[in-house]
Design a protein around this ligand. Structure first.
Ligand SMILES: *Cc1c(COP(=O)(O)O)cnc(C)c1O
Length: 497
């Protein structure tokens, strides 16, 4: 059945999947949502023994209904290839009786690769299908991982350019080095004086800038978004929850129909929303456990139904989760508001104006599948050390937040359901915080010395992504104020004359 995409703020909008991917964000500022969540057409049993790519096709074809089989299979083939350092794409590691779904085996060693290695292919295919002649300009704000994953995906892709803004003092040194060494004439990386929310707000303002859109159109350019608000990122993320269930079923870790809980270290709410969609498609998922760091706006939201971003922004050791405005939550709000775009738009308007909103009791009841908690910096570090001491397995800081929250969940609920923890980054991306958590003695080492030491103690080879940036020259050294973002963009695109 064909699926059309409407805006969370205006249900009259109806676009095909390819049109929604090209646009990224609706004109009214809303996010594109499918008019219904499709049910899986294969049983979980039928999906056992299938490759990641095969499951990707089974899931994505149900959402991207205007793509032909050949188009979609080609996108999948181009995305999930030797860029990944394992042919299973998303291996599952058992530790302390829990399953860690490792989503960090792509080009930039964070889970953003799962979606951003396919998004450029979905986007060029969408452009061709819709006879778009303009060059596509990807504009992205990053809390650290999206930026590099998007750069790696789009660099050198014909007919596209990519601009990435990141908080100058809000990403790890390895994350920054990964971005500023990015090659490719069609790439621009800029640090801003501000935090991730500033970067994201600035990018949203540029997307909604009608005057800029006209100037760009005159020059044969149009914006699109690689942020997790793009439906072309959300859909590929649903895949690995289906895959994880099929794998655990295949290996006899689950029996058919038995429930599986998932724990997701959460920032912008894209990854956990994908798990929610997987559940709606029919995957036997039980609780969706939303793990936050000290920026615990989502924990408070699940606890009392009030979303309130008016608080201090904390820089933590899990920077990709340092977010106070979780953009993708809007898709959940829309759904629990009974797909009432007017009601959702009111809440989002309130959020923009006052920084907070409160949902109704009835909406709260729709959130029963979710459980929210958070881990402090100390709890996160303790978790990394305890896991290493117990098993020799080294968690990155983000995954450690999830692991710590999972322990709280079990303590709170005594729920012993089989659990999958989304492991969102390689510890090699955050060597200082990881090694400091294991032992304070490492603090005097440089980042690359830490990388070698981490490899030694964990018995894991240094990933290619880290080997490469060791000696790579810095190509991008531009830093600007958040008020200057428009000027920077216009200059790069040559529309500032
Ligand atoms: C982006 C990111 C997250 C947060 O994911 P959301 O989809 O934004 O909730 C968690 N961990 C890592 C390592 C990330 O890169």
């Amino acid at each position: 059945m064909e699926i059309l995409y409407s805006s969370t703020r205006n249900s009259a909008v109806k676009l095909t999947a390819s049109q929604a991917i090209l646009k990224g964000l609706a004109d009214d500022g809303g996010l594109f949502v499918p008019d219904h969540i499709p049910a899986l057409t294969c049983s979980m049993q039928e999906l056992t023994g299938r490759s990641y790519q095969e499951i990707a096709y089974e899931v994505m074809k149900l959402f991207l209904t205007d793509f032909t089989e050949e188009e979609l299979k080609n996108c999948i083939r181009c995305a999930y290839d030797l860029k990944f350092d394992t042919e299973v794409i998303a291996p599952i590691v058992e530790a302390e009786g829990t399953y860690y779904l490792e989503l960090f085996h792509g080009a930039t060693i964070a889970f953003k690769d799962m979606a951003l290695s396919i998004l450029p292919h979905l986007m060029i295919t969408s452009a061709k299908k819709n006879h778009v002649e303009n060059e596509i300009v990807i504009l992205t704000a990053t809390s650290g991982d999206t930026g590099k994953a998007a750069l790696a995906g789009f660099a050198g892709v014909q007919g596209t350019r990519i601009i990435v803004f990141y908080p100058k003092n809000g990403v790890s040194p390895i994350q920054e080095k990964q971005m500023v060494t990015q090659e490719g004439d069609n790439t621009l990386v800029v640090g801003i004086h501000g935090n991730f929310d500033d970067a994201q707000t600035g990018v949203k303002a540029l997307f909604n800038d009608k005057e800029l859109a006209e100037e760009m159109a005159a020059a044969g350019l149009q914006f699109s978004s690689a942020n997790s608000i793009n439906i072309g990122r959300l859909v590929p993320q649903v895949v690995y929850y289906v895959y994880a269930y099929a794998k655990l079923l295949e290996e006899g870790k689950l029996t058919d129909g038995q429930r599986m809980n998932v724990v997701v270290p959460t920032g912008n709410f894209g990854n956990i929303l994908a798990a929610y969609y997987a559940k709606q498609m029919g995957v036997p998922i039980g609780r969706l456990i939303c793990a936050s760091n000290e920026n615990k706006v989502l924990y408070d939201f699940f606890a009392n139904g009030k979303y309130d971003r008016n608080r201090e922004f904390v820089l933590t050791s899990s920077p990709s989760m340092d977010i106070l405005i979780s953009s993708n939550l809007e898709r959940l709000i829309y759904r629990i508001a009974g797909e009432d775009a007017v009601r959702n738009a009111q809440l989002m308007e309130q959020l923009a104006r006052t920084g907070s909103y409160e949902i109704t009791e009835q909406m709260k009841e729709e959130l029963a599948d979710f459980y929210g908690n958070y881990a402090s910096e100390e709890e996160t570090a303790d978790r990394i050390r305890a896991m290493y001491e117990n098993t020799g397995y080294v968690l990155d800081t983000h995954t450690a937040v999830a692991s710590a929250v999972y322990q709280k969940y079990v303590e709170d609920t005594k729920d012993e359901t089989v659990t999958v923890i989304a492991s969102t980054a390689s510890p090699f991306k955050f060597p200082r915080n990881v090694m400091n958590a294991i032992d304070g003695k490492y603090d005097t080492m440089t980042d690359f010395e830490l990388v070698d030491e981490l490899s030694r103690i964990s018995n894991v080879e240094v990933p290619e992504a880290v080997v490469k940036i060791r000696t790579a020259p810095v190509i991008h050294d531009h830093v600007c104020d958040k008020t200057e973002m428009k000027q920077v963009v216009k200059h790069f695109l040559g529309v500032d004359a």
